[in-house]
Design a protein around this ligand. Structure first.
Ligand code: ADP
Ligand code: ASP
Ligand code: MG
Length: 422
């Protein structure tokens, strides 16, 4: 990478305000940080005002959280945030130094130093407010502002983090607060693809995707953008683009409002998947009012998110209820159900944590019936059994055994005509 990118869909006017976010792989070594600095310097020299948001070096957040796990099976979330936030503190300092070496004035900020104010939901805090005054002063003076992604500070001054992948959200939130002309997310792929290119090599880059579809893709497991970053961008009308930090050319993928998309809308825009699912079933529950509330209320009280829910038609006064949760919360949810089972006099609890969810997403689905049946036929032809189904206006999701994940994603990608034309 020469670090001297050509124009790539950047706002035309000089003195545009651009927020650029670089993910873990893009800042994974000092050499890579040098390349990031070259790109930032290029934009700065063109006259743009630049705020850079960086992640920790790739693998670093996992390493840091792993250290805490060596000491405790359930570490205090407040302390986890204190630890995890250090990863980004290293990369902002390094990038600011690299920029200064190139003669570009730069200044690093932790989330707390900016004052990215969040609530106190440690490890998954939400941004409440951003103070842009100090950043603006630096930008006006021609300084590149380098901000630690993924972190903020609560009203008590405690360090918080925004959930895994949260630097995307930091970048979009800063872009919204500063009314930036564009927010560019630089990563290790050159845009948003029809599915994860690591699973399907034939996946195609999309020139654009609507906010609505991107939000579904992210919620259903495409981790190229954190869900909240897409929500934020939609809400505050931030111009959001995903680009490669390893290529100098290319327009990446622009996230657009739906009306801007052309009329030749494909029915399906992408296939998303999530491996982190587990399914729980309570069998033989008395079929009477309040059952779903008692079961799922207990799960919600423990702060466990429930995804799909199915209640069977009752017979002989009994019914079954199944639902899915994040795999990491499977054991906790099972323990809660054991208690509820006794209270309700239910027959049995079964669980399966070797499942996954595969989804087809597309706004074109609204006007095209038959997408579900095509999805079911494709899976049937591959001999893949569907365990649960859930639909909305613009997506169809199925739960299947996780050993079939790759087969299902490839087959659906092909069946919906998403493969690269030969
Ligand atoms: P970063 O560290 O830059 O934030 P991430 O690993 O969070 O990068 O996100 C980029 C990765 O997202 C890609 O390497 C790719 O494997 C994965 N990914 C999943 N779904 C998609 C998709 N639909 N399009 C592009 N990338 C995807
Ligand atoms: N470093 C954090 C993580 O690994 C945040 C991010 O990369 O966006 O989740
Ligand atoms: Mg990411």
């Amino acid at each position: 990478c020469s670090g001297a990118p050509g124009r790539r869909g950047t706002p035309d006017s000089t003195m545009s305000l651009i927020v650029q976010k670089y993910g873990g792989t893009s800042v994974g070594s000092t050499d890579r940080i040098k390349n990031v600095a070259k790109r930032v310097a290029h934009y700065r020299r063109e006259g743009h005002r630049i705020v850079v948001v960086v992640s920790a070096m790739s693998g670093e957040t996992n390493r840091l959280l792993g250290l805490a796990k060596e000491l405790s099976a359930s570490p205090d979330p407040r302390e986890l945030d204190v630890i995890a936030a250090t990863g980004e503190q290293v990369t902002i300092g390094l990038l600011a130094i690299a920029l200064k070496e190139m003669g570009i004035p730069a200044k690093s900020y932790t989330g707390g130093q900016v004052r990215v104010l969040t609530d106190s939901a440690y490890t998954k805090a939400r941004i409440l407010e951003i103070d842009e005054a100090a950043m603006r002063k630096d930008l006006d003076a021609g300084t590149v502002v380098v901000v630690a992604g993924f972190q903020g500070v609560d009203r008590d001054g405690s360090i918080t983090t925004l959930g895994r992948g949260g630097s995307d959200t930091s970048a979009v939130a800063l872009a919204a607060a500063l009314k930036a002309d564009e927010c560019q997310i630089y990563t290790d792929v050159d845009g948003v693809y029809t599915t994860d290119p690591r699973i399907v090599p034939e996946a195609r880059r999309l020139n654009s995707i609507s906010f609505e579809e991107m939000l579904e893709m992210a919620s259903l497991g495409s981790k190229v953008l954190q869900i909240r970053s897409v929500e934020f961008a939609g809400k505050y009308k931030v111009k959001l683009r995903v680009l490669s930090s390893f290529q100098d050319e290319g327009e990446g993928t622009l996230i657009t409002v739906e009306e801007e998309k052309n009329m030749e809308q494909p029915i399906i825009s992408g296939i998303a998947f999530n491996r982190d699912e587990a399914k729980l079933t309570m069998l033989g529950v008395p079929d009477k009012p309040g059952i779903a509330y008692q079961i799922l209320g207990a799960i919600a009280d423990a702060n466990i998110d429930v995804d799909m829910i199915i209640q069977n038609v009752g017979h002989d006064g009994m019914t079954d209820l199944s639902f899915t949760v994040n795999r990491g919360e499977f054991a906790k949810a099972t323990a809660i159900l054991e208690d509820v089972k006794v209270k309700l006099g239910a027959r049995e609890i079964t669980g399966d944590n070797k499942i996954c969810k595969v989804s087809a997403v597309g706004v074109g689905m609204r006007s095209h019936p038959g997408v579900a049946s095509q999805m079911f036929r494709t899976l049937a032809e591959e001999g893949i059994n569907i365990r649960m189904i859930s639909t909305s206006e613009i997506k169809i999701s199925v739960v299947i055994d996780d050993k079939y994940l790759e087969l299902a994603v490839r087959a659906l990608h092909k069946a919906f005509g998403l493969d690269t034309p030969a």
